[in-house]
Design a protein around this ligand. Sequence first.
Ligand SMILES: [Zn+2]
Length: 387
Amino acid sequence: MNKTVLARLTRLLDIPTAPFREHLIVEHVLAVCARAGIDCFLDPAGNVIVGARDRAHYRRIVAARSAEPVRVFISHMDHPGFHAIAWSGRGRLTARWHGGSPVRHLRGADVWLSDARGYVGNATIASAKIHKAGYAITDMTIRVDDAAIRERDAATLFGGLSFRRPVWRSGKRIYTKAADDLVGVFAILETARALKRRRSRAPFLGVLTRGEEVGFVGAVDHFRLGWLTRGATRPVMCVSLETSRTLPGALIGKGPVVRLGDRRTVFDPAGLAILSDLAERLLPGRHQRRVMDGGSCEATAATAWGLPAIGMSVPLGNYHNQGFEGGPDCRGPEGPAPELVHLEDVDGLLTLCDGLMQKGLAWRDAWAATRKRLTKNAAAYRDLLDL
Ligand SMILES: [Zn+2]
C-alpha cells in the first residue's frame, strides 16, 4: 500500500463513530467524494450511496438492459459504542451501549467522547452492566474529570473504547479503536476511485450503511425501499465487505477471506464460484476461504430480501474491542483492546474488489468450467462404468 493510500485509510480510522452516530464518517465520505469527483447522495435512512448522483441515476443504473450484474458493495459506517444519556451528579455520566463489546476488565477503562463536531476528550468507565446473556455491555456509568466536558449537554455526547491513539501502525499491523467496518468503507471508496481512472468497468454502486451493529438497520431500510428490485431489469450482486473475527483458517496476515457465509446463512453459490476463481487468479496462495461464522453481516440481510449476495472479509484481531488476541493496550482476556488488521489483507481486499469490477466474468454460467472439468474426468472412467 503506498503512502497516499495508507494516509487515506488512517484518516478514516481516526474518525469517531457509533451506531446511529455515523455523521462524522458521512461528512468525511461526502467531502472525499466531492474532491475526487465521485457521485454520491444520501438515501432516506441516511445511508451514503456511492456511484450515483441521486435516486433517478441509481434507478437508471439498475434499470439498464444488460446481462452484466450491478455490483452493490455494502459496508457499514458504525462500530459498537455508546450514547450518553444524562449527568447523574459528581461528574458521572450514564450511557447506553449499542452492539457487541468486551465484558471483563471494564472498570477504569478509557473511553473517548465525541459530539457532532468531533472528539471532545476522554473519560473512564466507573461501572458497567452486562447483558444477562453475557455477551455485551447494556448500560454504563462514566466518570468525567474534565470540567469543560461536564458543562456539555449529555444528550449530544457519544463514545467508544479508547486506547493510546485512535489509530497507529506497528510494522504491517494497524491498531485502531474501530477497524470494523471502516476498512470496508475505505475499500468501497478506493474501488470508486479506481473506477474513475479506468474505463470499461462493470456497473457499480456502494451502500455505506448506518446502525449495522444492532441488526443491519440502515441496510434493511435501504432494501425495503425496493430500489434494487422494483423496475430492476438487470441482475444485481450484493457484495458485503467486512472485517470479521479471526477463526482457524482465517488468520491475520494470510490474505483477505472469500466469505462463503456468515453465522446465519451461506451465500450465493454461483457468485462465490466467480469470486473464488478470481481470488485464485489474482491472489494465488495469498487469500483464504471459509464460512466466517463468528458474526453475521449485511449479506444475510440482502439474502433475506431476495437479493443474491456474496462476501469478503479482512481478518480482524480483537473483534469488537474484545481482547481475544491481546497485544498492546489490551486490558486482559475479554477486556478492552484495540482492533487490529494487517495491511496486506487490506491490500488484498482492494485487489479483489477491483477484480470483481471486470466486465465479462462468468455470471451467466458460473459452473461451466467445473462441468467441463468433471465431464473430462468422467470420460476417463468410461471403461470402468461398463459392467
Ligand atoms: Zn462489521
